[in-house]
Design a protein around this ligand. Structure first.
Ligand code: TNX
Length: 760
């Protein structure tokens, strides 16, 4: 059948419509599921059957772009009747009473969207797009619920960041990312344009920044911190010309998105210094092929500041937004320590130590930015006495750092690891792709609160909002990037947009049931990690463990024999108890043959769990060694995603672990986890020796092995010896020797990384 969509877009002025009030949220069968949850929805009885032809009217040229977006949305999921004369009327009207980003949406006989600004109207359109998707029917009809929405954001800054240095993403991807930001009613795009692994923006006055700085010789394969990491030998490069930047800037502006460009100084500067080593204090580096924190740093001399003035000047001219991000994170001061200019500067300025050079840098950059009419944003390391209070602090190391910044007079954007780092693992399931480290589950994002309780009321207004960060060390394709941000950014969008009191994780997950297919209908890839089982030990009792399993939806099936769970396997309904040792394997079934995850948890009850453990020459003070607790919690981390919190790391050539039992105890076998199994290769110890001691203070060697003679069961060193009565064990472990550190550019003692000391 021939479909006709009679769409008319023209500017018509229509009269004011009587104001209406909202009486709260009601539900009927046609519950609108919108992400982020609107501030107020009132669902009326009845529905609007949208005709084949929609008549889109705008009363202000500002809204033509929004109208065009709506036209496309209706064209995709239009009603199927062929009746253009009775076209459903859709009005996009200006309402100056509304605040900057707010909007109203009414659906009754017609559809009315009102806003005071292009941004507000853009948000109204995003809501309507979701409704069109949700309520279009397979038979081609579009039947919308009658409703009234009054909506406005909780925070004014709702951002998403993208690192294009570690991996380059082309203009098409960036535009698609901007669409995604707009779709989530977010309004800032933080574009991280420079870093050690590549300079990505054309600067006319300094062509070598891109000619040399945009290309690296190769990229490390696997994790940069893996033992014996290798390069792929493939050149990686790319940058944006100034014309491309202008194109992206106007693309973003049409969608109500402001871009915050970042030029990261004075650290993370290897690519810059590969091109112009004269602005550094040390030798010329290459554009980095590994990831990490490097010591190449800009030198605080006048020619550097003249260069920074030029570069920030060109950047300021390209980006019309109010902010310019100047980085300031992870500055290594080694080169400042050994440079004459720095010593002179310190004497001249009366500085107490090299660390003060960073705040000097910050102040110089602040004045450069002021001269170019911009306000600076820096990562939380910039916080120091004497910096300009109008500089915005982006708190990434913790919410607490953001609180301190707010209380010292700065505006703050909260972007903390643990809640807003979308480069971290999304679950502990073994089928997660390699990620940098850490764990930021969907529920952790949803639990993010940008205004911490501890923050005094008078400083609340200093929290401008929050931001999600996608660092791309281990994100090398459009598809991978999508899956890292979706659906986590959807949770963040709701945290930043919706009223705090309405937040409900269950309800949000239920709305994702509609929202994820909507995202997929726009060709975005969406991860389902929140459906994968999370397994954890809730307590240890009488030689056994109680284990909990959790996922945001579906039925968790599990096995205890190591096999892959299927429909026949038991369904989790509450904590299970296992005695001695066990490996639990679990997957989530959400029906229709859809299974998610491959989550495992291996536990083993053993003698060291109830003993005292000390490390090195420390006293009987177990708690001091926070790391060491994971050595005797009964959980074997070797069949889980590498999560550094589950491993104990010692930066020593050798360590001694002392296990002291309550009384004489028979032992015959000790095993120690040394292999992370998934995504991370750890350096293997060079040797291990185990000594037993008894009540008389006698010490005797029970086991000794070198790397060559050590017995392992793949992931663990296994030391067996004749049954011996001891009151304690000393377990000596030697590290793997020295290793080349790409970050430090020198040989360093390999760390000793261990898990669970199982004693039987
Ligand atoms: C720290 S967050 C960095 C980045 C890394 C990131 C990885 C920040 C200001 N600096 O350079 O990419 O961790 O999670």
């Amino acid at each position: 059948m021939l479909r006709r969509l009679g769409i008319r877009i023209g500017v018509v002025v229509f009269g004011a419509v009587a104001a209406w009030t909202v009486v709260g949220t009601t539900n009927n069968v046609m519950t609108a599921k919108i992400v982020p949850q609107p501030a107020q929805i009132q669902t009326d009885d009845g529905e609007l059957i949208v005709s084949a032809g929609v008549d889109i009217r705008v009363d202000d040229d500002e809204f033509t772009f929004a109208a065009e977006q709506l036209r496309v949305a209706f064209a995709k999921h239009g009603a199927d009747a062929d009746d253009a004369d009775s076209a459903t009327v859709i009005e996009l009207a200006r309402d100056d009473e509304l605040s900057v980003e707010s909007y109203t949406l009414e659906i009754n006989e017609r559809i009315r969207l009102r806003a005071a600004t292009r941004a507000g109207m853009g948000h109204a359109v995003q809501t309507l797009r979701q409704l069109i998707f949700q309520f279009h029917r397979d038979d081609g009809r579009l039947v919308l619920p009658r409703l009234r929405i009054v909506d406005a954001p909780r925070f004014g800054y709702r951002g998403m960041h993208l690192d294009v240095s570690r991996h380059f993403f082309d203009v098409d991807f960036v535009k698609r990312y901007i669409d995604l930001i707009a779709l989530h009613k977010m309004n800032y795009f933080h574009w991280h344009l420079t870093d050690d692994q590549g300079w990505r923006i054309e600067i006319k006055k300094y062509p070598k920044l891109t000619a040399i700085g945009s290309t690296r010789a190769g990229t490390v394969t696997g994790h940069s911190l893996s033992f014996g990491s290798e390069l792929d030998g493939v050149e990686h490069g790319g940058y944006y010309t100034q014309d491309e930047i202008r194109d992206v800037v106007s693309y973003a502006a049409e969608r109500g998105i402001t871009i915050v460009p970042e030029f990261d100084v004075p650290g993370h500067a290897s690519a810059l210094l590969a091109a112009y080593p004269e602005f550094g204090c040390g030798p010329r580096p290459d554009v980095q092929t590994h990831f990490g924190i490097f010591k190449h740093v800009l030198c605080p001399k006048e020619m550097t500041f003249a260069f920074l003035d030029d570069v920030f000047g060109e950047i300021a001219a390209l980006f019309p937004g109010p902010y310019l991000h100047f980085g300031g994170d992870e500055v290594v001061t080694d080169h400042w320590q050994s440079c004459d200019e720095c010593r002179e500067l310190m004497a001249r300025e009366g500085m107490q130590g090299v660390a003060e050079i960073q705040s000097y840098f910050t102040r110089r950059i602040e004045s450069i930015l002021r001269a170019h009419g911009k306000r600076g944003i820096g990562w939380d390391e910039i916080l120091a006495d004497g910096i300009d209070p109008s500089t915005v602090v982006m708190a990434w190391r913790s919410v607490e750092r953001g609180r301190l910044a707010a209380e010292s007079g700065h505006d703050v954007i909260m972007s903390p690891v643990g809640h807003a780092y979308f480069d971290f693992y999304q679950s502990t399931s073994l089928d997660e792709p390699l990620a940098i480290h850490g764990l930021t589950r969907l529920r952790d994002v949803y639990a993010f609160e940008p205004e911490p309780d501890e923050l005094a009321g008078e400083y609340r207004a200093r929290i401008l909002g929050g931001q999600g960060n996608l660092w791309t060390e281990y994100v090398d394709s459009a598809e991978a990037a999508d899956r890292m941000v979706l659906p986590r950014m959807s949770a963040l969008a709701e945290v930043l947009w919706s009223p705090k009191g309405q937040r409900s994780l269950d309800e949000f997950v239920a709305r994702l049931g509609e929202f994820i297919p909507f995202l997929e209908s726009q060709d975005y890839q969406v991860a389902r990690s929140h459906l994968k089982p999370e397994l954890s030990v809730i307590d240890t009792v009488d030689g056994g463990f109680r284990i909990a399993m959790d996922s945001e939806a579906g039925a968790i099936h599990y096995t205890l024999d190591g096999s892959l769970p299927d429909e026949e396997s038991p369904v989790y309904s509450g904590p299970i108890s296992v005695q001695g040792s066990a490996t639990v394997r679990a997957r989530t079934n959400i029906g229709d043959g859809h299974w998610y995850g491959d989550s495992r948890l291996s536990v083993e009850f053993h003698r060291a769990m109830t003993a005292k453990l000390t490390v090195g020459n420390g006293g009987e003070d177990d708690a001091k060694w926070l790391d060491a607790r994971v050595l005797r919690d009964g959980v074997l981390a070797s069949d889980r995603i590498f999560n550094y919190q589950e491993w104990a790391m010692f930066q020593d050539e050798a360590i001694v672990l002392r296990v002291s039992f309550d009384g004489p105890t028979e032992v015959s076998r000790v095993s120690v986890g040394i292999d992370a199994g998934q995504h991370r290769r750890l350096p293997r110890p060079r040797g291990v020796r185990i000594f037993g001691h008894n009540t008389n203070g006698e010490v005797r060697e029970l086991y000794s092995a070198t790397a060559e003679t050590m017995e392992t069961d793949q992931t663990r060193i296994v030391a067996s010896f004749p049954v011996t009565r001891v009151t304690g064990l000393n377990i000596e472990i030697l590290n793997a020797g020295t290793l080349w550190s790409a970050e430090k550019e020198r040989m360093l003692p390999a760390a000793i990384v261990l898990d669970e000391i199982v004693v039987h």
